[in-house]
Write a protein that binds this ligand. Sequence first.
Ligand code: ADP
Length: 547
Amino acid sequence: MLGSMMQQPLLVSSLLKHAERHHGSQEIVSRRVEGDIHRTTYRELAERARRMANAVAALGLVRGQRAATLAWNGYRHMELYYAVSGSGAVLHTLNPRLHPDQVVWIADHAEDQILFFDLTFLPLIEVIAPRVTTIKAFVAMTDRAHMPASSTVANLLCYEDLLEAASPDFTWPEFDENTASSLCYTSGTTGNPKGALYSHRSTVLHTYAAALPDAMDCSARDTILPVVPMFHVNAWGLPYVACMVGAKLVFPGPFLDGKHLHELFETEGVTLSAGVPTVWQGLLAHVEANNLTFSTMRRTVIGGAACPPAMMRTFQERYDVNVLHAWGMTEISPLGTACALKPRQLALPAQERLAIQAKQGRAVFGVDMKIVDEEGQALPHDGKASGELLVRGPWIIRDYFRGEGGDPLVQQDGVGWFPTGDVATIDADGFMQITDRSKDVIKSGGEWISSIELENIAMAHPGVAMAACIAAQHPKWDERPLLVVVKKPDAPLTRDELIAFYEGRIAKWWTPDDVVFVDAIPLGATGKVQKNKLREQFGDLLVAVAG
Ligand code: ADP
């Protein structure tokens, strides 16, 4: 028997309509590429999004086609989130940190029709414009006064001119909630990048889950500053969550250094921020060096890579900013788990609490997960057994855009599960902990060593600014851990001192065999350590030593 409830599709445009109607005067503050601060409201933003919906239709974009962006976090980018998806087309957020060859490959693969870009990226646009094959118009996200004087780009348009010429009368269309809404490619550290094509339904359901108290805990009383880029998995869904709950939004533009971020946190009264650990390193270094504090920030969501407990302790104990460790992937929209403690755990001594917070957390409702061994057998949730993490749920991809790479799912218990490529444990309370990505695992004499745990220990040493641990080939043990370290400025740290630091903190055979000090550790397009590069550079170091 069917229930007797209304059929209303879950559409991205409904989030903006809600914000306009119920939180119309709530502010959206952006630091623009030009460096100035811009203020708007949900009411104004919604009107401009409707104008832009008319403008993209006038440019010939029809339902299902892709319009791409190369843009920082800002109000115009948010307008496009709603204008493009809301009219039934697909917003494709390109990652400007990729190599131009990759940007061209991805734009062609996605068959992008229009490309909106922030002025910062004009040099990139000039390189790719003659090479991309489907883009018919390039729109500079600026006003007439800031339009580049001369450019080799054909069909270069001005965002504010398009808006001005377009009518604000636009009714957000209704369509099937399974219609595609946005597209984001994985960074493709192995093979060609692959696209995750989100739907309206998956996006709205993910938004509900992400806003929950034990997830990102967002409300109308929050001021949210997403540091995580809007070109990386929709800034973890925050531009949607903010509309759903009516939070004030603060966008940092291209200014992601500690000084600029801290200034915005303080002047705008930011209560919640979100980003990858490497960004917070820069912020904490600035705050420490200048004896600053956080006067309004309640918490920060850290994910995308493991958050070192030392960083959590600094945020929580020194600055009274709670850290929510979260895990996700491009393929899962991205939220999978969040590490909010249970009441019993809150009463534990600080050290034990911190050990739990270092885990990636519990599955949010909507995500099912399990760990399996190499034969695909389910492993117990005892916090010890570790195996590949499989997930399923309504915001997890079924396949990649245009079927790239074939069927990614593995069949278990008669249903398809998405193999994450992460190796994890799950404890009896349901807390998942990632020990490694399967391709980063260190296998010494047939036994696994967790590179993340070794990095976390190194990061707790006061002389270490950044650490990455890789599997180096070893003549006897196949692989042994090798630590690559960036020292804090002027820290008198030696190899032996750092090796000794592991004593008593870890099983002796897990101790890294050697330490390499470097000036910088290579980061990928989403701010994560590129361990493949480090392995290329240092992977045979121990062979040479042993030989
Ligand atoms: P890419 O796979 O292109 O690097 P994603 O952002 O999709 O980009 O990366 C997802 C991966 O990032 C996960 O599979 C996992 O390995 C890692 N990751 C994400 N969050 C965490 C976390 N909190 N701790 C450890 N690893 C994480």
